[in-house]
Design a protein around this ligand. Sequence first.
Ligand SMILES: [Zn+2]
Length: 397
Amino acid sequence: MPKKPNRTDLQNYVPAGNGDESGEYRGGTSTSEGMHDSDCENYRKVLEAKKEALGNAFNPASKPEEELVRDPNKQSTEFNKEKYFKTYTLNDKDTSFFVSKYDEMNDFGKKQIAELSSKMDTRFDRSLSGTGSFVVHLNDLNGGTVIIPGDDNRANRVMAHEYGHAIDFNFGEEGVFASSSVHLSNGRTMEDAVCNHANAVDRSRISDLFYEFHDEVGKLTSKVCEQEGISKEDIERATSLNTELARTEAQFYHETYNNRELQGRKEEIMNKKVAEKGFSPSEIDTLKKIYKRVSEIKSKSLAELQPKWAVISDYYGYIDGEGYLMGCGHSVDYYRKRGGYSAVTREVFAELTEQRFNDEANYQFTKSKMPDVVEAYEELYNKIKSGVIKSLKERRG
Ligand SMILES: [Zn+2]
């Protein structure tokens, strides 16, 4: 278990424009990173081996010398000064945790971080709240700090996501993200591509995507059910019982309103009513269990497919005006408070980076759905990687 940080170890940070605290990556709240003391001996070896490849990214973050002061000249930037994050300086175990998360990325992702780290002053920190974010010190516009949750099986994805925000920030104009400030070959920015795409989307496109997603969830759910020996007929019967129970329950509350005696006999009365519809008591028990299991399988299928659909869910959810199209992403309000489509663009940049660094197939899937936006992203990314655009650090010499 890592040593609990004391108050003086805690640092104040302000999340940069993105601030993923909205729940996108809300994971466990424990700060344990699942390591045993015996692992400690190995961390330095692991770390030394990786350090060369990772440049200075894993050096412990320096502690701020003074309280954060908001520079009035930076008013126009989109930093969110209201939300302060508490983090603490990395210890050796944390560092080895980061290395292990880095190792979980695909070869492309690892290569990107290894090569970009020397051009960026970006540090890593562990989140105490179980959320990921990318933050910038307001009194010193350095390359920012990537904060990832310590106890989350998606931490490799969070790491790539927040690192995506870091890339976006480091290669943009001072205080403005690259996705909003760097002009591409057509004279437009990635943000323009995101806006143009959004303007061209109509309702039927949104509902097509929505049904395509649920169709995939349904197929995956059926497949798992079949493997577990739950037949289609079982599912249909369990579903109709569930509908019947819901109706009966509504009826029950209506009829027994203010009748304590009857309310105490809820289960008995409901079972009797449902039996009248042709469900025997023993069948009811079995079907309830089946329904519960099918619901669990469905939730798992949803969760499994969300990384694939994450960009579309978040982006199209905003276009749709309701948010969370496939159940994940940020709220519409979250984006409105952060500048609308420029905030959406930053998220698309980070989410594409997250997919590309971890699941190439998911990235290609997103590209097939919104090629114009992903091509703008790739052109911007290539400009960054080829050195056409200099980082904050490089520009300062
Ligand atoms: Zn984000």
